[in-house]
Design a protein around this ligand. Structure first.
Ligand SMILES: [Zn+2]
Length: 261
């Protein structure tokens, strides 16, 4: 039976009939795929893990006999890392849910995206182990996701007069959502309908975590203000650009309001 094997992160799982699941994975070799896992609720031998959300598995898939007739079949899944700590923490679960929802929405099927796979794996692993603060990982994931999906925010210099960020006189600039870039206050002249004010320090830190090796990200210390501003900026910019609200992001905002996370 022709097919393939690859590492895969579970993005979404939907019950299908009494015994089966339809599962979406972000795979190392094939990008996002949707497969049917037949008898997955019963077969402990073929599916060693619980096929939980965010889990990392080595999967073996086979193509249906007549390709146009059916979905790719998940033949076997061996759990590599359940990333179980994420599920015991409601805030971590919500961050991870947003990341996978974003990927599931944005990615087309079967377009390999190794850099995105590595980014998601790194972010989930850091969230699971707690090696880096969850707020910083969240910022790192969002800004790099935007860069990989072609919407990298332009934050090095004013989009109009090209003054580098460091040389802009004011401490704050406007980030314009439509243009995806910063505009200094001399150029913005009060136009802020599609923008948000952000301090230069926050932008410099976002720029740093977007440009440097991901493993060095714990070297940078974000202030509480930079985290709040960075979250507010990216959590507005992403839905604006993709033209869609995300349930998990709305839930995250409610959690913060109610629990003061
Ligand atoms: Zn300017």
């Amino acid at each position: 039976m022709p097919g393939f094997s690859t590492d895969a992160i579970l993005l979404r799982k939907i019950e299908y009939g009494d015994h089966d699941f339809i599962i979406s994975f972000l795979t190392r070799s094939h990008g996002k795929i949707s497969v049917i896992a037949k008898n997955a609720k019963k077969s402990v031998r073929r599916f060693t893990g619980a096929l939980d959300l965010f889990s990392v598995n080595q999967i073996h898939c086979v193509y249906p006999k007549k390709k146009k007739d059916g979905m790719t079949i998940l033949f076997q899944a061996d759990l590599e890392d359940g990333l179980g700590n994420i599920r015991y923490d409601v805030l971590k679960t919500t961050y991870a849910s947003f990341w996978v929802e974003l990927i599931h929405f944005w990615l087309e099927e079967e377009k390999p995206q190794l850099t995105l796979y590595d980014l998601l794996f790194f972010s989930l692993d850091a969230l699971n182990t707690g090696s880096i603060s969850k707020e910083v990982i969240h910022l790192l994931f969002m800004i790099r996701f935007m860069a990989l999906s072609g919407f990298e925010p332009q934050i090095e210099s004013c989009g109009r007069c090209k003054t580098p960020l460091d040389e802009i006189e004011q401490n704050r600039v406007m980030f314009d959502f439509r243009e995806g870039r910063i505009i200094c206050l001399n150029c913005a002249k009060g136009e802020s309908k599609h923008g948000r004010m952000v301090s230069k320090g926050t932008l410099k830190q976002l720029f740093w975590i977007n440009q440097n090796e991901v493993h060095r990200v714990d070297r940078i210390k974000f202030s509480g203000l930079a985290i709040k501003e960075g979250e507010a900026l990216l959590e507005s910019f992403i839905p604006f650009h993709l033209g869609r609200e995300f349930k998990s992001l709305q839930f995250l905002k409610r959690l913060r309001q109610n629990n003061e996370f």
